[in-house]
Design a binder for this molecule. Structure first.
Ligand SMILES: Nc1ncnc2c1ncn2[C@@H]1O[C@H](COP(=O)(O)OP(=O)(O)O)[C@@H](O)[C@H]1O
Ligand SMILES: [Mg+2]
Length: 247
């Protein structure tokens, strides 16, 4: 099968001081697929996806996104590329001085000429999509952790990006809301062919959303496979990792 590679890591190494985080990481993500990254806390999952938007630069190897080498990309091309990407931060990372709705509106105000009324409509539609329909005028300090998380998700999706990076999108959400976020991620992949890279600890997310999944451990992605194979693998390392997550 000849599939279109949209994100490619080749021999990526990344250390912070003496701490080696990524060590010869290779990964191809195909256009339109949902790829899940699992792995123990602190193994480098967030570090891995930050390379895709140019928030971190590898020490060795290369990261290419849509054919652009992320370490040599021009500022202009990076800006254009970022406009096609959404990033759901692990911590919602909302600006505390702006209302929830204005946080979501920010990318539209920065990159489009839409009128205020059009922006408010679009923001409200995205807030409804992530099941926080009535929070436009609330300040971040008035929202629970889970609500902030969903506002962050709405902000990542507001420009209808082609690539979405989700860093633990369902962490801390109750099961019902998690299930609806999982369905939403799957729907975006299927109906809009969004390419998704999802960091998650939830087997439910892997089952519902992933086309492929891998375990990040010792600086590399291991056991990359389809969800069913991954979950039912008899590889001792994987069995150990999944142990308490399968019920
Ligand atoms: N900007 C940074 N400076 C120094 N160390 C960092 C930085 N970002 C991440 N690290 C370290 O890299 C390791 C991997 O972090 P991270 O990718 O956040 O883990 P996780 O898999 O839980 O997302 C951790 O030990 C973390 O402390
Ligand atoms: Mg993380």
């Amino acid at each position: 099968m000849n599939r279109d590679v949209i994100i490619r890591y080749q021999g990526v190494c990344k250390s912070f001081g003496a701490k080696v985080v990524l060590k010869d990481l290779d990964l191809d993500v195909y256009r339109g697929e949902a790829f899940c990254i699992m792995g123990p806390s602190g193994c480098g999952k967030s570090v891995t996806i930050r390379h895709i938007i140019g928030l971190l630069k590898q020490d060795r190897g290369s990261v290419t996104v849509e054919g652009h080498d992320m370490s040599t990309i021009s500022r202009g091309d990076l800006r254009k590329l970022r406009a096609r990407m959404g990033y759901v931060f692990q911590e919602a990372a909302l600006l505390n001085s702006l209302s929830a709705g204005e946080n979501v509106a920010l990318p539209l105000r920065e990159t489009t000429e839409l009128s205020d009324a059009e922006i408010v409509d679009k923001v409200n539609a995205k807030l409804a999509l992530v099941k926080v329909p009535d929070v436009y005028h609330k300040m971040p300090s008035e929202l629970s952790g889970g609500m902030k998380k969903r506002v962050g998700l709405a902000r990542a999706l507001i420009t209808d990006p082609e690539i979405v990076l989700y860093d633990e999108p369902t962490a801390g959400l109750d099961p019902e809301i998690s299930a609806s976020i999982n369905r939403l991620m799957r729907e975006l992949a299927e109906t809009l062919h969004v390419t998704s890279v999802i960091v998650t600890h939830h087997v439910g997310t892997v089952k519902t959303v992933a086309d492929r999944v891998g375990l990040l451990d010792n600086g590399r992605l291991n056991f990359v496979s389809k969800p069913e194979e991954f979950i039912h693998s008899t590889e001792p390392r994987l069995v150990r990792f999944l142990g308490d997550k399968l019920d």
